[in-house]
Write a protein that binds this ligand. Structure first.
Ligand SMILES: *Cc1c(COP(=O)(O)O)cnc(C)c1O
Length: 413
């Protein structure tokens, strides 16, 4: 047996050119190509192809790729300071928290690196709230079928999807799932151990299923009646995606706790858990933490995203763009009734419910030069940058049209 290590046997040149993906944990079914560069709504592949990006890194790139204000914020911060830990004050994070609280129901913010971590903090905050109110038995959280809250052990338990839970040992206790839209089941699930209700204003991964405004108001009333906390997962719907800064604003009610991520970093990994002063009262020094959460790089980008997205005129423009895209999609459905069953969603989180397998629709879109993302319930998600222009919307329509024609031809063949 050789005593040489792998790195000693492989030549530096071979290591430099070799990029097979064979050493990555194969947990993703990846497309066979990679991108080299992005600009606005466009992505440029290494093989020279150009794609209109309506996937947005799965609802992340709210301002498209290489937005100058975000690049500038990141580069400036990178030249000054990357990381200090949360043992010290971080002024960018203090400022971002001030701004988020100014713009929302919240009084307290905890920064994370991802959506799942923001949800973990939200779940812990809800449990701790009841514990410090001398009701530590109240730790159970009601969730909804079709939900997606992340891939950590607690968040797969919250999401309750068998395919994500299977083989990973006992499901984390404390989540009671009810069918989406079943009021009787929801009321029946509330017991003496219930801490709160957790819901996405629009189920993203679950198939772009919107929670009607009156239902969100009903949940708020139910929580108030039973002394429960209302936890919203706005990881996908937040930061302008719905045409308001946060989707719950459409219903005119506020949660006690909210998890955000995706859009707030515009492509830089970050998330946050927001809470009212009351809901957050148990989260005192030492109760929670993160090495990287709230680091100066993320905070610089988060502040830069808010500079743009929180402008009322910007959100007004998102709503206009969403109406335009919605109309075009309705037209597409009229012209291709054998391919498209329904258009759903709100703002620039739109779903095409397909009559062909959604994976085939996504593949046909790629062939036609537009990137989309699959979701549950045989839906294809469209998640364009929020600052997308009219020309690109028209271009998207043409490419989706071409994809539909190709799918029809395939069905006839
Ligand atoms: C993406 C997503 C998450 C998980 O976020 P990660 O950053 O992947 O951990 C949680 N909830 C919702 C609604 C999401 O869309």
């Amino acid at each position: 047996m050789s005593t040489m290590t792998k790195s000693e046997t492989a030549s530096p040149a071979a290591l430099a050119v070799r990029s097979t993906g064979a050493h990555l944990l194969p947990t993703y079914a990846r497309a066979e190509f990679a991108f080299e560069r992005g600009e606005g709504a466009w992505l440029f592949a290494e093989d020279g192809r150009k794609f209109l990006d309506f996937g947005g890194g799965v609802a992340v790139n709210v301002l498209g790729h290489s937005h100058p204000h975000l690049v500038e914020a990141l580069v400036n911060q990178a030249q000054k300071l990357w990381h200090t830990s949360n043992l010290y004050r971080i002024s960018g994070g203090e400022r971002l928290a001030d701004r988020l609280c100014e713009l929302t129901f919240a009084d307290r913010v905890f920064f994370t690196n991802s959506g799942a971590e923001a949800l973990e903090c939200a779940i812990k905050m809800a449990r701790k709230y009841h514990a410090v109110n001398s009701q530590p038995n109240r730790y159970r959280i009601i969730t909804f079928e079709g939900a997606f809250h992340g891939r950590t052990l607690a968040t797969i338990a919250a999401g309750g999807q068998a395919k994500y839970l299977e083989g990973f040992g006992p499901k984390v206790d404390g989540f009671d799932q009810v069918p989406f839209g079943d009021h009787a089941a929801l009321e029946a699930a509330i017991g003496p151990d219930t801490a709160g209700i957790l819901i996405e204003p629009v189920q993203g991964e679950g198939g772009v299923r919107s929670l009607p405004a009156q239902c969100l108001r009903g949940l708020r009333e139910l929580c108030d009646k039973h002394g429960l906390l209302l936890l919203l997962d706005e990881v996908q719907t937040g930061v302008g995606r719905s045409g308001k800064l946060f989707a719950h604003e459409w219903a005119g009610v506020t949660p006690d706790i909210m998890a955000i991520a995706k859009g707030i970093g515009g492509g830089f990994p970050m998330g946050a858990c927001l809470g009212t002063e009351n809901a957050a009262k148990g989260m005192t020094a030492g109760t929670h933490g993160s090495t990287y959460g709230g680091n100066p790089l993320a905070m610089a980008v988060g502040n830069a995203v808010l500079d743009v997205v929180a402008q009322p005129e910007f959100l007004e423009q998102v709503r206009r763009t969403a109406r335009d895209l919605n109309q075009r999609l309705a037209q597409l459905m009229d012209q291709h009734p054998d391919i498209i069953e329904e258009i759903r969603g709100s703002g620039l989180l739109l779903g095409i419910k397909c009559k062909v397998p959604n994976t085939e629709f996504v593949a046909a879109g790629r062939e036609a030069g537009i990137l989309t993302v699959g979701a549950g319930d045989n839906v294809v998600r469209l998640l364009p940058p929020l600052n997308i222009g009219e020309n690109e919307i028209r271009e998207a329509y043409d490419r989706l049209e071409r994809a539909c024609v190709a799918l029809e031809r395939k069905a006839k063949a």
